[in-house]
Design a protein around this ligand. Structure first.
Ligand code: ASP
Length: 440
């Protein structure tokens, strides 16, 4: 369960400075030593060879916590909802609205990325250089192309035969089944089993909560290195690819922001109007303080106290409903994150020329929805999960470096959508609860 006191908000300034330095130096190096030449001058290759490993260390710090983080977060999410089932209708309604919002978000994101195809805006020569850059992992792409599965196989492989093997495979790409998706399903089943023997499983719940705390601390530690780590990744990419990659990233960022705006202003307005019985104008003007806090902290957890105050004092929602929905939602209802994950995967697939079959796109939809539930409500919480989904469909993990330069800004935007989504669910659940005559 998310505890607002445990999460710290991070200032975005150091990372923005790190990224800007990486970007500017990268563009200068590209201009001086790469642009217009057959192959880069020798010193460029040396500088990039130094910068790249530093960026990769930063990525690995994030990667190392993925499996325990997802396992603990999803199992605990089910335990929380299971607990709440005792509260009856409210739990189910929260689940229902969360499902509607998350599915709408992922479909909007994936629809837009298919229409705009931002990853295809790279000129062919630049794309060739990019692919050459990741040639070491090209074998994964080829192997992946050979083992395309049909929908039936994807569904069966969601149930792991050997969860430990899937956990290993989720990280190194060697899984027999579905890797991370299978791990997610295993976590859900463990969570369900715990809810059936709640009293006997108290120690296990304690262990899972501790795992979640430890993984959050490690991510916070990795984020402290982010200004240098992400700066080096951006430097390495722009030094090799120059301005073209910046333009492509602008397309990508535009697609994400458009998707988030549609989710925020269209999906939420329709649902708040229809199921929440509140005018969207009233909702957004009163939710503004929580939205601004989410934007500046990039953390649903850190915004939780503000969101609770806004729900009670400004939106006038009953505390019993808003406290429950907002606490579960800070971790479990992250539609902005789900939308982002879908867009990133398809964008990087386009950039890396990985053709995804319909079954694989379906797998991305499912994993993005589940990842929205399993992502910690902290800055950059979704990055490790994105890497895992990438690997499971055969996109080289290091290519996430391409988007890290714009991730911090987009994190601020998607956290606004995450937090507003929690308030929207609380509004709808509060309305449906009030429509039911109270018990004597
Ligand atoms: N920063 C997001 C949140 O706290 C999670 C993420 O998408 O990285 O809601």
């Amino acid at each position: 369960m998310s505890n607002p006191d445990e999460s710290q908000s991070h200032s975005a300034t150091p990372i923005i400075i790190g990224l800007t330095i990486g970007l500017v130096l990268g563009l200068i190096v590209n201009f001086v030593g790469v642009a217009g030449r057959e192959s880069p001058v020798a010193w460029v290759t040396t500088v990039v060879a130094v910068a790249q490993p530093i960026g990769r260390i930063f990525l690995r710090l994030m990667m190392m916590v993925v499996v325990p983080m997802v396992f603990a977060a999803l199992a605990l999410a089910v335990v929380e909802i299971g607990d709440v089932r005792k509260l009856g209708r409210m739990g189910l309604r929260t689940l229902l609205f969360t499902g509607i919002f998350s599915s709408a978000a992922v479909l909007i994101g994936m629809g837009l990325v298919n229409v705009f195809q931002p990853g295809k805006s790279l000129p062919p020569e630049t794309q060739e250089r990019l692919l050459a850059n990741y040639s070491k992992q090209a074998t994964t792409i080829e192997a992946n192309a050979e083992k395309k599965k049909n929908i039936g196989e994807v569904l069966v492989d969601m149930i792991p035969e050997n969860p430990l093997q899937e956990m290993v495979g989720a990280v190194d790409g060697s899984s027999k089944g579905n890797g991370m998706l299978a791990v997610m399903v295993f976590s859900l089943i463990v969570g369900l089993a715990i809810t059936m023997r709640l009293d006997d499983c108290k120690p296990l719940i304690g262990v899972l909560e501790s795992i979640q705390t430890v993984t959050t601390v490690i991510i916070e530690f990795a984020l402290k290195l982010a200004p240098i780590g992400a700066g080096c990744l951006v430097f390495a990419i722009t030094a090799q690819l120059g301005f073209e990659i910046v333009r492509t990233l602008a397309w990508f960022a535009g697609t994400v922001v458009l998707g988030l705006a549609i989710q925020l202003f269209v999906t939420y307005s329709i649902v708040i109007w229809t199921f929440g019985g509140m005018s969207p104008w009233h909702f957004f003007t009163n939710a503004a303080e929580a939205m601004l806090t989410a934007f500046s902290t990039s953390s649903s957890n850190a915004t939780l106290p503000t969101a609770m105050r806004v729900a009670e004092d400004d939106l006038k929602l009953p505390p019993a409903v808003s406290r429950f929905v907002l606490t579960v939602g800070a971790t479990g209802n992250q539609n902005g994150t789900a939308l982002y994950e879908g867009v990133v995967i398809l964008f990087l697939a386009q950039v890396m020329r990985v053709e995804l079959t319909f079954a694989q796109q379906l797998q991305v939809v499912l994993m993005s929805i589940l990842a929205g539930i399993g992502t910690a409500g902290v800055p950059g919480g979704s990055i490790p999960l994105i890497v895992v989904v990438m690997k499971s469909v055969g996109i080289p993990a290091e290519s996430i470096g391409i988007i890290l330069g714009v991730d911090r800004l987009l994190d601020m935007c998607r956290t606004v959508v995450n937090v507003t989504g929690d308030l929207a669910v609380a509004t709808c659940v509060a309305k449906s609860e009030s429509a039911v005559p109270s018990q004597p």
